[in-house]
Design a protein around this ligand. Structure first.
Ligand code: DX5
Ligand code: ZN
Length: 215
């Protein structure tokens, strides 16, 4: 069984209240919110005013994924939003150890995200400081991209690294997740599946969430 964190990036932004109400009624565990700055990734999504509005309606914990440079500048603002998880990119942090301490000091789960090109072994000396590691299954910036197959093997290697460290870090996968890739990712050791287009593009999104959760 996997936890499911649907990505609101694929929601209908003109009907956010309706889509969030649908997710509230679903079996999903978290709401995945993708923040993009047009610098760290070649796209811009939404920021704090929109997330504040989403939060007013959301009845599930917020899983915030910052695809931005200098994410350490926004730890307090993400905490003020009441987020459960704050995911920062390994590639965006010069002082990752400090950023993770700052996130935890604000009472949030500290998540480290790796781009597809970043090997899991760079986490060796930081794994015990993280609550969660998120592997990108696509290059970040857009929903609906093709899953990078390599991510399954990478998930397996991350599982080994975590088990060897004796820590209880969660593995989350973001990008290209559907029932088929999700099944293999859960087999490889994933705990949390992010799904945008698979959920919002489904004829019955709630049924899709149920299916992903049952993997
Ligand atoms: C991509 C975002 C993802 C995105 C996933 O940069 O981080 O969360 O919404 O979309 P799908 O599930 O469609 O690949
Ligand atoms: Zn994301």
């Amino acid at each position: 069984m996997a936890m499911v964190s649907p990505s609101l990036l694929s929601a209908d932004f003109g009907n956010l209240e309706r889509d969030i109400a649908m997710l509230n009624q679903s079996e999903c565990d978290w709401f995945h919110l993708d923040v993009m700055d047009g610098v760290f990734v070649p796209n811009i999504s939404f920021g704090f005013p929109v997330m504040e509005a989403m939060k007013q309606h959301a009845k599930k914990p917020l899983d915030v994924h910052l695809m931005i440079v200098e994410p350490q500048k926004f730890v307090k603002q993400v905490a003020a939003l009441g987020a459960k998880v704050m995911n920062v990119h390994y590639e965006a942090c010069n002082h990752l150890h400090r950023v993770l301490q700052q996130i935890k000091a604000e009472g949030m789960m500290a998540g480290v995200t790796l781009n597809p090109h970043t090997p899991v072994n760079v986490l060796e000396d930081i794994i015990c400081e993280a609550d969660l590691v998120m592997l990108m299954g696509v290059n970040p910036g857009f929903g609906g991209q093709k899953f990078i197959e390599h991510t399954v093997d990478k998930t397996r290697r991350l599982r080994e690294l975590i088990d060897k460290s004796g820590s209880r870090v969660l593995i989350e996968i973001d990008g290209g997740v559907n029932r088929e890739t999700g099944r293999r990712l859960v087999e490889a050791g994933a705990d949390v599946l992010v799904a945008g287009s698979a959920v919002f593009g489904a004829a019955d999104p709630q049924e899709e969430i149920h299916a992903l959760r049952s993997l």
